[in-house]
Design a protein around this ligand. Sequence first.
Ligand code: G6P
Ligand code: G6P
Ligand code: BGC
Ligand code: BGC
Length: 950
Amino acid sequence: MVTAVARRLAERRRRLDAVLAPFRLSPHALRQVKGKMRRELERGLRRDMQGTATVKMLPTYVCGTPDGTERGKFLALDLGGTNFRVLLVKIRSGRRKSVRMYNKIFAIPLEIMQGTGEELFDHIVQCIAEFLEYMGIKGARLPLGFTFSFPCRQASIDKGTLVGWTKGFKATDCEGEDVVDMLREAIKRRNEFDLDIVAVVNDTVGTMMTCGYEDPKCEIGLIAGTGSNVCYMEDMKNIEAVEGNEGKMCINTEWGGFGDNGCIDDIRTEYDREVDEGSLNPGKQRYEKMTSGMYLGEIVRQIVIDLTTQGLLFRGQISESLRKRGIFETKFLSQIESDRLALLQVRRILQQLGLDGTCEDSIVVKEVCGAVSTRAARLCGAGLAALLDKRREDQGMQRLEVTVGVDGTLYKLHPHFSRVLRETVQELAPQCDVTFMLSEDGSGKGAALITAVAKRLRQYLYAMRLSDETLLDVMARFRREMKNGLSRDFNPTATVKMLPTFVRSIPDGSEKGDFIALDLGGSYFRILRVKVSHEKRQTVQMETEIYNTPEDIMHGSGTRLFDHVAECLGDFMEKQQIKDKKLPVGFTFSFPCRQSKLDEGILITWTKRFKASGVEGADVVRLLSRAIKKRGDYDADIMAVVNDTVGTMMTCGFDDQRCEVGLIIGTGTNACYMEELRHIELVEGDEGRMCVNTEWGAFGDDGSLEDIRTEFDREIDRGSLNPGKQLFEKMVSGLYMGELVRLILVKMAKEGLLFEGRITPELLTKGKFETKHVSAIEKSKEGLSKAKEILTRLGVEPSHEDCVAVQHVCTIVSFRSANLVAATLGAILCQLRDNKGVGRLRTTVGVDGSLYKMHPQYARRLHKTTRRLVPDSDVRFLLSESGSGKGAAMVTAVAYRLAEQHPGQSHRVVLGESPKEREAGGEEGETPHLGGFQGGDLPSDRRVTLAMLG
Ligand code: G6P
Ligand code: G6P
Ligand code: BGC
Ligand code: BGC
């Protein structure tokens, strides 16, 4: 008898062990899991794996942990865990830093979790409304941080596209949508209050930040709750999907999806498969389904059903309760496994769940629970060990000391989970000293801290971010300005002057001779000798000298300025030993000039750094000629005055005959392009084209850009040499960009948002932060170390977060500039397209200017936005390698020929082909300035056609 009982017990033991054996993972099996997880973590970071990796490694755009300067009053939502909460979070900064929170838990009924997206978000907004009412704060438009505990692809801190629902959620029409937009729309639908949604945050990230507020070493956030996930601070250089190499960004690993490619199928049991098949997302989140609270009870239930079927439990009777999915919630699992409970109490819990069994049954169920939860903790430990070792190795450390912030019901409530997890980590990552820090306040606090950081930056920078919609609007406005400038009636009052240049063609290859070019108005004053020879093919030889133009000369009398120019020219000719020659001179003068012929330029107004008296309203050719004559030591014949945009178009036109736009993004900004003569009402004639210098720098001088100008733009203007003028230029060009950044930094520092509120005299000095610094800081590799260097020179001791923030400010300011130029350039491109009457424009834009050339990202951004704003165009951007001087010489060459051929008639010179000649010459249908010339070789038989008008 005794032996029969003993045999029965032994048999029962054997069968139970057989069922539970696959749950008892060996150290070897765990190490294998660790290795596989490590591989998946690395794969997820790779750009080429973005679509296919199962561990998604999502960038979160959270670039630092809290530094104690966060402050303000915020609303937080916390959706996706056991409870849905709405919170009000008040954060104080400084020495008495503190966080106060008020929260309310709301239920989300199952039919809403699995209804439509609209219903879900309407419900959320309904809960917010109740909370605001309850707190008596309905009127305030508070900033909101949204903890949304599901995988989201983010392109910025305030955008999150749901990759796929997990856990118990399955609302329709949400996957692939931006959940921030959905929330915003629901708020709009309700039309009762408004909120400023600043950040969307995963619960792991919220947890890391909550713990990071107390312990700066906290760089990992772990959730072991309803779901399972981890986030951590990764080096930017390892995140291929995000531009930039400096600093860190938090990565939401979404490790719950580990194994979805089958890589851990060897350790999955039939019960795991059963649970997966019965879940809302079969085949997905396989690792999560073995490790998190939502599923552990389900695994237990599957095993219990099997054991009951085998007659090992509940007298072989499968009760109604046992058939119910979800009866074993995490909290029951935790209770059953508690050592403090007597068997009888376990039995009572089971009875409450409708599972009426003996004490023996209770022992077995408890053992099953233990096996399942231990496996979960060990698997979770293996995953964490993989991440810890990766971080240790990435940083080249012998030992890694790190804090892991943890939250989640499983970790908090289960009696053994946290211990087993810690032991496993120790076992598998022995070179890591890990402190586990329990998050006491949930993710909402962390989300509020993130919101505080994002909000303070956004406050200043929001207005600088221009949507495509706004840019298209700016483009349309500029197109109207162009029309006004071209019209005879509106030109006198137009802000964008659209100045005729009397240049009617780009070089055609027949130019030759020996010329001097002056190039005044950009960063450098240059004098060049340009020799264009014409053997078999056209070649250009250039010699350049750069001369200083001291500020007192730029700001003194006009006479002194031109005496200085004449003196430099004398020096140059001396050096070239050509003082006895009277070489033709082309004058690149990079300021707005009204011209009625090629060799006359009446300065409308000084711009940029210049403000010499008595020049505005005068002809700069005459002023310079007079200064040269006064010297009497050499003679020069100024044949053409050319804007730098025109010089650039001509320089680039020499290499690419399709070039019909000249663009400058340097000290100042401007563009010229070939316009149909019939549209230029200020110049007689209807046929052919003429280059128009738009002088777009003045765009906005009539108030038409006020809606997009910021307080910083206004401050720049007030402190400039020409207040109220060149307002577009002041938002865009290199003379102002560094100063714009400086003003923003000062404001942020004053509010304690940067440099711990320290402001130094250097930081307060106008001009101390230069545009070249913006370029250096935005370099992808060494940008942040440059930021540190530059800021240190300004006397502040920047933290890493400061450097990241400053880099961000630089990016926003320079991005805005490129976007604005794309909009105005887009208007010109549309005009060209419409002029030609083609569906798709093919053209080349010649570009020059220090900002465009030196800034590491500018050109690419400009090209990209331009193509987006004018999609029906193929635009080639051609960098002018040799400055405007060469182009000016080209213009001069033709003017010179003209003067030689028609002595004494140099007034009203027009460069290019006249309609009459074209008719006579019979080149029907050809555009005036171009033939079939391709590439660099110029056929020597090209005709140059010049005309005298009037
Ligand atoms: C956090 C939160 C939750 C989150 C949870 C995970 O701190 O504030 O919203 O999702 O912990 O735990 P749970 O067990 O509730 O899923
Ligand atoms: C050109 C020139 C300059 C001109 C400049 C714009 O090609 O030759 O004189 O004004 O580029 O650039 P910057 O950055 O010098 O203002
Ligand atoms: C989600 C994660 C989340 C985790 C813990 C998972 O199901 O995919 O985004 O962090 O649960 O709540
Ligand atoms: C001037 C333009 C010039 C541009 C680029 C502006 O300030 O008004 O004539 O083309 O700067 O140098």
